[in-house]
Design a protein around this ligand. Structure first.
Ligand SMILES: Nc1ncnc2c1ncn2[C@@H]1O[C@H](COP(=O)(O)OP(=O)(O)O)[C@@H](O)[C@H]1O
Ligand SMILES: [Mg+2]
Length: 352
């Protein structure tokens, strides 16, 4: 008897297979893999993901904070031959420098005081799967050397170990810095950058994605509705307001903003439910002159938020703002010009 030519859904062949039907690339739909959006910029990203996913190439995802780098990495994994193995995300900026080596590569028994048994690192735990190294530029240069070695040789040593261990891991790395600038500033080793730059994917900021903003807003609203068994909708004014915002915090900010609006609104989410300017203004006033940053927030982002908050605090008076921030008026103007160029639509809500 001939074996069936096509495997049924329960056969091991199917389980070990990839590209499950729900994730099949549909270039014309509202989403691709785990990503929503149909703007030209996102379609370019989808086509790159589609090409690179089935290979074992190292991918370098570059884009502003909150624009979906981790979701891109996860989508690559889900569309790869490794889809049934683990996807292991690591935020390199959140692990203290003295711990990252042991975290990534593990350690041998007796490697240091307290190392009472062998510990497998993230590379070993991701064996067969995909390791997502987020904020790679925050990793110390010595660690970047070690990482490059694993990428080139597929071998590594545990801390305190002499044995070379082979490992089969696909690496996707990400940064929200400009890679060339990061090399110039000494945050990224040039040799590692070139290794990663084999397949870069540049993720466009949300403010350049046109109607994707509304598409994403409806998607998140549908999720919140499903979770809470509600049927809340967006008013026309809310949609206009969403389209107007610069979304400096990208998709993350949009999602947070809508979650808040969803809670506040009864049946219809209106413009009045959308917390103004970066979703920070209300927090700004309630925290009376304080800003809150998560560990690992890029310095450039903290600078931007601090400048806008101080400008707000000074009622838009730039001279006073510059004085408070301890920079020249010229520096302040330069920054504001940069921000305005990045987000032409109404950035700074009338500060400029
Ligand atoms: N294209 C997208 N479609 C749906 N959700 C998205 C998209 N891009 C980002 N998100 C969501 O926005 C948030 C931030 O995305 P993330 O991938 O963590 O961004 P980054 O790694 O660039 O900071 C997450 O909740 C993520 O699920
Ligand atoms: Mg991230």
């Amino acid at each position: 008897m001939n074996p069936p030519l096509r495997s049924d859904n329960n056969s091991p062949v199917h389980l070990a297979g990839y590209r499950s039907a729900e994730l099949l690339p549909e270039m014309d739909s509202d989403r691709f893999a785990l990503l929503y959006g149909r703007s030209d910029g996102m379609r370019e990203v989808y086509s790159l993901i589609d090409k690179v996913a089935p290979t074992d190439a190292t991918v370098f995802v570059v884009g502003e904070s909150g624009c979906g780098k981790e979701l891109v990495a996860h989508s690559i994994h889900r569309l790869s031959l490794r889809a049934t193995e683990c996807f292991v995300p690591v935020n390199c900026g959140a692990i203290p420098a003295n711990l990252i080596e042991a975290e990534l590569f593990g350690f041998e028994k007796g490697a240091f005081t307290g190392a009472s048994r062998v510990h497998k690192g993230l590379f070993e735990r991701a064996h067969g799967g995909t390791l997502f190294l987020d904020e790679i530029t925050e990793m110390a240069p010595e660690m970047q050397v070690r990482l490059l070695r694993v990428l080139e040789s597929g071998m590594f040593n545990r801390v305190g170990g002499h044995e070379e261990i082979p490992v089969d891991v696909r690496v996707v790395a990400a940064t929200n810095r400009d890679p060339m600038q990061a090399v110039d500033d000494g945050h990224l080793r040039e040799d590692l950058m070139y290794r990663l730059a084999v397949f870069p994917i540049a993720l466009p900021p949300l403010r350049t994605r046109g109607d994707d903003i509304l598409l994403l807003a409806r998607h998140f609203l549908a999720e919140f509705n499903a979770d809470a068994a509600c049927a809340k909708t967006l008013s026309d004014e809310a949609m206009a307001e969403l389209r107007r915002r610069p979304w400096l915090g990208n998709v993350r900010e949009l999602k947070n903003c809508l979650q808040r609006a969803f809670i506040l609104a009864d049946d219809i989410v209106g413009a009045e439910h959308l917390a103004p300017l970066d979703g920070l203004e209300s927090e700004r006033s309630s925290l009376a002159g304080r800003l809150h940053f998560e560990i690992g927030t890029p310095l450039a982002e903290m600078e931007r938020q601090t400048i806008f908050a101080t400008l707000d605090h000074c009622g838009g008076n730039k001279k006073k703002t510059a004085e408070l921030l301890g920079v020249s008026l010229k520096t302040l103007y330069n920054r504001l010009t940069e921000y305005a160029a990045e987000a032409p639509i109404g950035v700074g809500g009338g500060h400029a």
